[in-house]
Design a protein around this ligand. Structure first.
Ligand code: FE2
Ligand code: FE2
Length: 188
């Protein structure tokens, strides 16, 4: 499933992540069964963390380099990633049936929607305008690899790039566990 073959560029990959995360959140709202809610929430969190790590490693540096005001945009985006991970950390710890959980989910949903809007309406079109198509396809491959190796748990206190390097060994185990979990869910 190499992106050089599918021709997907990095904007396609990231936008599809955005749709997946948004759909998962919508599903969490509709589900009341605590075990399924927990499962969907953990899946959404790991998607979110891996997406944020991959963006920070490969996409935000490209934004800084190629976009006018890229540096400011990246600072703002990284701050929002931190907010998202803080909300995710709460969701990880809270009882899925409590009011506080709903509050944290609402918060995450709101910040995420805003963040997606910024990226998809402003920054991603700029990337496509300013970076050659081949490079954007190459970036898609890097993002996919980073997502496979990235940590799957939120760490709002630490820079994602550092964490990635620290966790890249154990991260593989986490991803394997996640895969088992997803497979289990698919067959239930
Ligand atoms: Fe994103
Ligand atoms: Fe982002």
């Amino acid at each position: 499933m190499s992106d050089t073959h599918t021709g997907q560029d990095v904007v396609d990959v990231l936008s599809s992540d955005h749709r997946d995360m948004t759909a998962l959140i919508a599903e969490i709202w509709t589900v009341r069964d605590p075990m399924i809610r927990r499962d969907l929430t953990d899946t959404m969190i790991s998607e979110l963390v891996r997406h944020a790590v991959a963006e920070e490693m490969y996409v935000y540096p490209a934004m800084e380099k190629h976009l006018p005001d890229g540096k400011e945009a990246v600072e703002h985006d990284v701050e929002e990633h931190k907010e998202l991970e803080e909300a995710a950390k709460k969701l990880e710890d809270l009882d899925v049936s409590g009011a506080e959980f709903d509050e944290a989910l609402r918060r995450l949903e709101t910040v995420l929607a805003d963040h997606i809007q910024d990226e998809e309406s402003e920054q991603f079109p700029e990337l496509r305008r300013r970076i050659p198509a081949e490079e954007l396809v190459e970036l898609a491959g890097k993002v996919e690899t980073a997502k496979k190796l990235a940590p799957t748990r939120p760490h709002p206190g630490a820079p994602n790039s550092e964490l990635f390097h620290k966790l890249v060994g154990p991260g593989v185990g986490l991803v394997d566990r996640l895969r088992d979990k997803l497979t289990g869910r698919a067959t239930r």
